[in-house]
Design a protein around this ligand. Structure first.
Ligand SMILES: [Zn+2]
Length: 265
């Protein structure tokens, strides 16, 4: 037994200087020349989810999102340089998304979609109504339902600026103004710690921390893995109701989003 521990220690000492691989996070990739950007993004994602769940950062991504996660890029000859990525973790186009520095965070955004898809929630279910009153007592809407119009409205308040890299779904693209895209961008900025240090950013950060904490166990169950009874977090969180799971799974399977489309002219 001791010799096994010594061997594991030695191997770890040898491998650590090279840093983690994508496989260490439970993910494989196909079609990318260099995985370093993917490793960086998955490092941030795993650290944040590890912080919430207490699960080791090298185990947490497959525990939350399931096994057999593969990020794929397929070359597709387009008349203009462009690429698209989907919440299936498949990308295609005439350029790799990793060749675009403005796509930093894109794959975390995709995992944001997967998190929400696993729950199958409508925007009413999200119960998101973020806003505040300024010094003139004017209501400043940030995200979710605007109580003054009673409609879902997204803004870029709380982000350093609009557009990439803080909003990965192009604001001229279809579905920009949907709660799914808003959620995915918010998830990405939450993971990367990119919210602005003001009321809007703080509101988004607090909402996302609470939402992820309250729903992560249900996401884990929906993705077919064991519950986290050994990890005590959010003891008063969302209960796992078996009847609901089937509904969530059916909805999640039906969902496919084109999440990103960039045109370089
Ligand atoms: Zn998206």
């Amino acid at each position: 037994m001791n010799s096994i521990i010594i061997w594991i220690t030695l191997i770890t000492m040898i491998l650590i200087p090279f840093g983690p691989t994508l496989e260490n996070y439970g993910i494989t990739s196909i079609g990318f020349i260099d995985n370093s950007r993917l490793i960086t993004e998955m490092g941030y994602l795993s650290s944040k989810l590890s912080e919430i769940t207490g699960i080791n950062r090298f185990d947490v991504i497959p525990k939350v999102f399931g096994d057999n996660l593969t990020i794929t890029y397929t070359y597709r000859d387009n008349s203009i340089d462009s690429y698209s990525c989907w919440s299936t973790l498949n990308c295609y186009g005439s350029i790799s998304p990793l060749d675009d520095p403005n796509s930093y965070g894109l794959f975390i955004h995709e995992f944001g979609h997967r998190f929400l898809d696993s729950l199958g929630l409508s925007y009413n279910d999200l119960d998101m109504e973020l806003g505040y009153y300024d010094s003139d007592n004017q209501y400043i809407h940030v995200a979710g339902i605007n109580p003054e119009t009673n409609r879902f409205e997204r803004t870029n308040s709380g982000y350093p600026e609009g557009g990439q890299p803080y909003e990965q779904h192009g604001n001229l693209s279809p579905n920009y103004n949907t709660y799914q895209e808003d959620f995915a961008d918010m998830f990405m900025n939450w993971v990367l710690g990119q919210f602005t240090d003001n009321q809007a950013g703080q509101l988004r950060n607090k909402w996302m921390t609470n939402f992820i904490t309250d729903h992560i166990e249900l996401v884990i169950m929906n993705n077919g893995l064991e519950t986290l009874s050994e990890h005590v977090f959010n003891p008063n969180g969302t209960p796992c109701i078996k009847d609901k799971l089937g509904v969530y799974l059916t909805r999640a399977r039906g969902m496919r989003y084109i999440i990103y489309y960039v045109i370089n002219i």
